[in-house]
Design a protein around this ligand. Structure first.
Ligand SMILES: [Fe+2]
Length: 440
């Protein structure tokens, strides 16, 4: 989002809230009441929990905090506090039923739009440039992506439909791209809706390295499987191998062998695994094992962001690989526009100045970096957004997936998850150090 005058900003905010709600409605109207209230996996909340939770956060931040209005439903605050109840325990709570939840989020939204109409969108940090409204639009879109992952875990016939992504059109691409060494600006102090963990902008020195031009494809990943990669402890970290054995991993989640080939289940559709698409539904440990088998490694988070944002011509960091303009359908596979990653080479107009493709959209990319605050980090507006997750338990993922909305995706956006997670739309690309003789 670029700087806008107040009335255009107000309209922009309203548009983002409306778009998020349309997607929430699509995801929750696509299934029947039984599928809304049941738990499709212990990893996920019932869809009806996500729905009312979205409303509950909107009520807390926009209606009560920004608007100073009376609570709509203070009695349910506790039920929808993500820190009070683990996902696995949520089905047992006395949750609002589907009709009640829908009525509740509608009521909250009416009040939030009222608050928006009355807000100066400036004067204190929570509302400057519409921040709190943008945070709530991002929050809803993030839950929409989580609900999309719940849909992927749901069994039964397909209920979601979308056109296929564009075909590859970039022509032959080199396997890897050299990212020159030197300092670049990581993070942001100016992006109005950036969250606390993306701030502040700071200088980072990144030595020269090579990065895969595209995410690792299913076809390449199959070579790792066929080479016995899942049976060879030497490719895995100690922790990764222990997990591989405990969880009995032998292929990406949702794949199964079919004679000499592989099938996958994707939102209820069973189909052959397409070789030219980025691999998805692999955990950090699998990504790391593949990289080691390939004689490479995962990129650090700083390497990923430098590849995505550094413009060698000007030395400045862009908002996106292609420049500062918001993503469009010709640049990146975002926003559930398609229900799958696009084949590699499908978005030549989304490439970075150095020629790295599909950094934004398609699949979240695992990095080797633990989730921490940047130098100079300060909590805003609440510690539970990111600070409580800092430490060695979570790995950073970058770039967004086909299920990530553009409002919750930029060159600086940071996602994090446990290294064993596979239900998220995560893949990876690999990197290697540059040798001195390659830097003539
Ligand atoms: Fe949430």
């Amino acid at each position: 989002m670029q700087q806008l005058d107040t009335e255009r900003l107000r309209q922009h905010v309203a548009d983002q809230l409306v778009r998020a709600r349309e997607r929430t409605a699509l995801l929750t109207d696509a299934v029947d009441e039984h599928d809304l209230v049941r738990q499709h996996s212990r990893l996920m909340s019932p869809l009806v929990w996500d729905l009312a939770h979205v409303g509950s956060q909107e009520e807390l931040w926009l209606v009560r905090d920004v608007g100073g209005r009376e609570p709509v439903r203070q009695d349910i605050d506790e039920l929808y506090d993500a820190f009070r109840h683990a996902r696995a325990d949520r089905p047992a709570l006395p949750l609002l039923g589907p009709a009640e939840a829908r009525g509740y989020v509608r009521q909250v939204r009416d009040k939030a739009l009222d608050v928006l109409a009355a807000s100066a969108l400036s004067g204190h940090r929570l509302v400057d440039h519409g921040f709190a409204f943008g945070m709530i639009a991002q929050h809803e879109q993030q839950h929409d992506e989580t609900m999309l992952a719940t849909h992927q875990l749901r069994s039964g016939p397909p209920v979601l439909h979308a056109p296929d992504p564009p075909a590859a059109s970039a022509g032959p691409l080199p396997a890897e791209v050299l990212i020159p060494g030197g300092v670049f600006t990581m993070g942001t102090s100016t992006e109005p809706w950036a969250l606390d963990n993306e701030r502040p902008a700071h200088q980072v020195h990144v030595p020269a390295f090579f990065l895969d031009t595209t995410p690792v494809t299913n076809g390449r990943y199959l070579e790792f499987i066929d080479a016995g990669g899942y049976a060879e402890p030497r490719w895995w970290s100690q922790e990764g191998w222990a997990h591989r054995q405990r969880a009995d991993l032998s292929a990406p989640r949702f794949w199964r062998r079919d004679g000499s080939g592989w099938l996958r289940t994707r939102f209820g559709v069973v189909e052959p695994v397409p070789p030219d698409e980025p691999v998805v539904h692999v955990c950090y440990h699998e990504a790391e094992a593949y990289a080691r088998w390939a004689g490479r490694r995962l990129p650090t988070e700083a390497e990923w962001e430098k590849a995505a944002r550094h413009d060698p011509a000007t030395g400045r960091s862009r908002r996106y690989p292609w420049g500062d303009t918001d993503p469009g359908p010709d640049r990146a596979n975002l926003g559930q526009r398609h229900l799958r990653p696009a084949p590699v080479g499908a978005y030549p107009r989304g490439a970075s100045p150095l020629g790295v493709h599909q950094l934004i959209g398609d699949v979240w990319e695992w990095t080797s970096t633990d989730f921490h605050g940047y130098p100079g980090f300060s909590v805003f507006p609440y510690p539970e957004y990111s600070q409580v997750f800092f430490g060695g338990e979570y790995k950073v993922l970058r770039g967004g997936s086909f299920g990530t909305d553009q409002v919750a995706c930029r060159g600086t956006f940071r996602n994090w998850d446990f290294p064993i997670r596979r239900q998220i739309f995560a893949g990876f690309r690999t990197a290697r150090d540059a040798r001195p003789e390659e830097l003539a």
